[in-house]
Design a protein around this ligand. Sequence first.
Ligand code: DC
Length: 218
Amino acid sequence: MLVTIDGPAGAGKTTVSKELARRLGYLYVDTGALYRGVALAAKEAGISPDDDEGLKNLCGRIDLKFVPNDRGASLFLGGRDISNLIRTSEISMLASAVSARPVVREFLLGLQRMLGRDKKAVFEGRDMGTVVFPDADVKFFLDASVEERARRRYKELCRSENMTLEQVEKDIRIRDRNDSTRSHAPLRAAKDAIVVDSTDLSVDEVVDIMISHIKTAG
Ligand code: DC
């Protein structure tokens, strides 16, 4: 059984996907972390997000992998755990920029499909149900109002970064536009996706709704 959860930044995908995977006993895969990993590697190598040749070379040589741990999994770039380094707002914006480049998407498409081979898994991202796993068993599109998504992201970021709620909301609106207007694999709900609006729901309420759909499908 393969479950996909797509949706915009701050809709609660990560929290919900982790909890859903935990309750089902499935593998959880955060594909946004992979785009963030490529963005960090590009930044460290001095490659601009619009340098396709540089990004192609980079994708040919980087070693990105998830290593399981007691909290789920850490993302490694080569021998280095980059799980925390990829969570800054700078890397969020860079990840959104590199994710618009077909060379990067092609590279990660293969990697994601390999991770999903023969596994019971919950895959979280932007194009899981539309492009990466069009035949997934159950597809969800998790949404929420932009104001609520900004509030949630602000609560997460204000521990580590000095940003105002207005700045966070502005960044989210820019990412929404980048992610949904790019020509390659834009963010949108698959035709057969179940749309869940989490604006006024708790994590448990969202997960309960998802589990009831999964039970019906299984
Ligand atoms: O889910 P996230 O915020 O960690 O994702 C970071 C960026 O990566 C996001 O702005 C768009 C991109 N992304 C994507 O294009 N496709 C995916 N499957 C996952 C993320």
